[in-house]
Design a protein around this ligand. Structure first.
Ligand code: ADP
Ligand code: MG
Length: 336
């Protein structure tokens, strides 16, 4: 069966199966002119969106539909996580070129539904159109947050401990494997590949941080640590000092870097798409929050530096020397 045979409405009918995961409170899902569902009084509504364009964000030949769908949703969940919210609804619009097989699109929705069910998010609508050449996917995700627990980029205070919820640089290494068509010949390379294509959004982690009451600022690491920390610095009007020795580098990245001759610290600083949360924690509460975090997730919340009043971003190198760093990472319009 092809897209031409089933048509737009046959397609919508097909992909809509399995999209309603949490029916309570939903008045109309996919199939009417607009979705209708109940919100929760006293809760803030969060809305985020991400646009994925073939050849800019992904290569269709280099990805499965499943992985693409999973990631398209995951990056939006990550934004909700960084606000301290719960993800609730998703809306998916796609521009489909003639040469994109129906199987690829069904696989794409399977990937989205897989992640959506993991976090009980409903896919409640979208739009479908043709495209001349490239596959285009736009995802909108809504979420809810308690107004007193909202995490913003602003609010970081001098003396705060800067933390990451996970390892940094793995995704960039995975991308290197894909772009250079390097065969996945070890469990380490597999882990790096997976970190790039199937990033796990830190929604539960974000909720714990938000509820703790002692996280002053947060952002998700999408463009790269130095770039995203730069956003917190700018929004909060502070500086930051990172410590190379404390950088959470996975054993997989160590193996990769020694094999291919890269510096893991550089990967951690400038690699993007880790989708960990970066947060600024009140120093006095740091012990309590790391303990809570370890109890809940059985892994550490990594302290990687502190907020300073210098206005600059600095790195304490492994030999203890201090060097200034300029935010580096992904910027669509400013390429080095
Ligand atoms: P309209 O023309 O009134 O905008 P559509 O025919 O585009 O309606 O859409 C019909 C229903 O299918 C709507 O509920 C819409 O949200 C949903 N829908 C359309 N395309 C998609 C898609 N790619 N993914 C999920 N839902 C979709
Ligand atoms: Mg429409």
């Amino acid at each position: 069966m092809s897209l031409k045979e089933i048509g737009e409405f046959g397609f919508i009918d097909k992909i809509s199966r399995g999209c309603l995961i949490r029916p309570e409170g939903v008045v109309t899902a996919i199939g009417d002119d607009a979705a209708a569902f109940h919100g929760k009084a006293e809760q803030l509504l969060l809305v985020t969106t991400d646009l994925l364009v073939e050849r800019v964000h992904f290569l269709r030949q280099a990805t499965s539909g499943f992985n693409l769908g999973y990631k398209a949703l995951a990056v939006n969940f990550s934004d909700i996580a960084a606000m301290g919210g719960n993800a609730r609804e998703a809306f998916v619009s796609i521009g489909i070129p003639d040469d994109c097989p129906l199987e690829f699109l069904e696989d794409l929705y399977r990937g989205m539904q897989h992640l959506a069910s993991e976090f009980t998010v409903n896919i409640l609508g979208g739009d479908t159109t043709g495209s001349k050449q490239d596959l285009i996917i736009n995802v909108v995700v809504t979420g809810m947050a308690d107004p007193s627990e909202l995490l913003l980029r602003s609010g970081a205070q001098v003396g705060d401990i800067i933390c990451s919820t996970g390892c940094l640089g793995d995704s960039r290494a995975g991308l290197h494997l894909i772009l250079n068509t390097i065969g996945i010949d070890s469990p380490e390379l597999r882990a790096l590949f997976d970190a790039h294509v199937l990033p796990k959004p830190c929604l539960q982690e974000g909720r714990l941080l938000a509820a703790s009451g002692c996280v002053h600022a947060a952002i998700d690491v999408s463009d790269g640590l130095s770039s995203d920390l730069g956003h917190i610095m700018q929004a909060s009007g502070v500086g930051a000092r990172l410590v190379a020795k404390q950088m959470p580098i996975s054993p997989h990245l160590q193996v990769f870097c020694s094999r291919f001759g890269f510096d893991p610290i550089e990967f951690a600083l400038a690699g993007g798409e880790d989708y960990t949360l970066l947060c600024s924690v009140e120093r006095k509460q740091f012990g309590r929050i790391t303990e809570e975090y370890r109890k809940a997730f059985d892994r550490p919340l990594y302290p990687i530096g502190e907020i300073t009043d210098t206005g600059r971003m600095e790195l304490v190198e492994t030999d203890s020397r201090l060097r200034d760093i300029t935010p580096a990472g992904w910027d669509h319009f400013k390429r080095k």
